[in-house]
Structure formats: C-alpha cells, structure tokens
Design a protein around this ligand. Structure first.
Ligand SMILES: [Zn+2]
Length: 256
C-alpha cells in the first residue's frame, strides 16, 4: 500500500529545494473549500501534500477554520497519514519555550465547532480513547532524539475556542485538570482525521507559559511569532527526517 503524507501547517516545507515536482491544486470538498490550495510534490521520494490551516497569509482565525473541508481535502488527495504542526502555550515548568511536544491526549474546551462528518444519516460514535497515532508519535520521538531536539514524548493538550487567550483562573484550572499544553487548533482536527481513518500526529512547539506563571510575562501574539520563528527549523528538520521512515502498517487509527 502506497503512503501519502498530509502536512497541516508546516510552513517552509513547500520550498522547491525540499519538495520536488511541486504543483498547486485548488480543490473543493462537500464541506466547501479547504483553508488553502494544496501544495503537492515529493519529499525524499514520498508523496506529500501541504495545507495551510489558517490560510496562506494566516488570515483565518481558529473558530473560522473549516476543519471538515481541510481533513476531507487531504482524504480526497489520498493521504494515509497527517503530521500537523501547532504552536502551544506551556502549562508546565518542565515544558520550556522552544520545546517540542508529541501530544497523546486532549481535553476539548471548544464551543462552536462542527465535530463530525456523521451529522446526517446513521448515528456514529467514534472511539477516542487514544486520539493520536501511537506509531507516528513513536517514530517522531525516536527521530527527535536522534536530532537531539528537546522534546516530550507525551502530553495532554487542551484546545480552547479562542481567539482570546485564557484568564489566569482558566490557565490554573487547566493545570489542575491535567493539561500540559494549550492551543486553539487540535480539536476537532484530530477527531475528524480519526473519523476519516487517517493516522494523525501533532507536533507542538511550545512558545510561552500562557499566563499562569507569575514570574513570566503573560502570552502575547508577538511572543508566539518570535519563538516560532526562532524554532521553525527544528520542526522542519524533524518532519523532513521522519517522512522517509513512515510506513504503511496496520494501525488501529484506520480500524473501523
Ligand atoms: Zn495510526
């Protein structure tokens, strides 16, 4: 079985020096058009598709991202695996700005998002005990270790609706609930990927300490952009090294 990798986010990977035979495809889906055209090509000989979650110019705010169209577009393109990049705030001292986190659980605090492809017709209840792909996450963790990147092999993300950041009370609450990192984009992306039977793993880049840590400045958008810029090469390097190692295996993600 041939594999095809979908990358959500991944700015810089659609560089002709890295991706061969680049083509840009404008597509649409039964749920409308995805956030950006699909950039297709080969990275290390592996078919890859890159999609910008927030649009090419980062113009789509989190609640307005058409997650169903994005996942459906990658499914239509034949993607068997998705690597998603995301900036996160850290809720733990040990997760420092610039660290990578390979999350393995989520808490869903979104409010206004469509969570399923099965909103019409037969009722479907998708198991979600292990929402991320353990096979992909293990491979990424081994690769990050080889590259000597500071990373955390597990972690619980809480996804909030946004676009505002948390209050201090909320930030402390999420820590008490067991969340390690916080963002605005993983849910429902991971849920829809599971419904679509695609192996999905998010690579989180920690950019700040949200607002719970008294000795740190509360998070601002400028802070996120600066740390992302300084550390973007780490995520890119990890993805480039991991892609040729991904294989098609029987995975419970594709189960049902
Ligand atoms: Zn999987």
């Amino acid at each position: 079985m041939k594999i095809k990798i979908g990358i959500i986010g991944g700015s810089g990977l659609d560089d002709p020096k890295l991706m061969k035979g680049i083509r840009e495809r404008r597509v649409t889906t039964p749920y409308g058009p995805p956030s950006s055209p699909l950039t297709t090509g080969k990275i290390s000989g592996v078919e890859t598709v890159v999609l910008a979650r927030h649009g090419r110019g980062h113009t789509i705010y989190p609640s307005a991202v058409n997650f169903r169209a994005n996942i459906h577009a990658l499914k239509q393109a034949g993607c068997t695996h998705i690597l998603a990049t995301t900036a996160v705030g850290s809720l733990r001292t040990r997760i420092r700005p610039g660290d990578l986190v390979l999350m393995d659980q989520f808490l869903d605090f979104t409010r206004h998002r469509i969570m399923t492809f099965h909103d019409k017709g037969a009722v479907v209840h998708t198991p979600m005990a292990e929402p991320f792909c353990g096979t992909l996450s293990g491979l990424l963790s081994r690769t990050a270790r080889e590259l000597k990147l500071r990373h955390h092999a597990r972690g619980t993300v809480v996804t909030i609706e946004g676009p505002r950041f948390s209050t201090k009370a909320e930030s402390h609450m999420f820590r008490k609930l067991g969340a390690d990192i916080i963002n605005m984009s993983t849910v429902p992306e991971v849920v829809l990927a599971r419904e679509a039977g695609i192996c999905y793993q998010a690579i989180a880049m920690s950019t700040d300490y949200d607002c719970w840590k008294e000795e740190e400045e509360p998070v601002t958008w400028e802070m996120i952009v600066r740390i992302m810029g300084e550390n973007a090469e780490k995520v890119k390097g990890l993805i480039l090294k991991a892609i040729p190692r991904i294989q098609y295996t029987d995975c419970s993600c594709r189960g049902t």
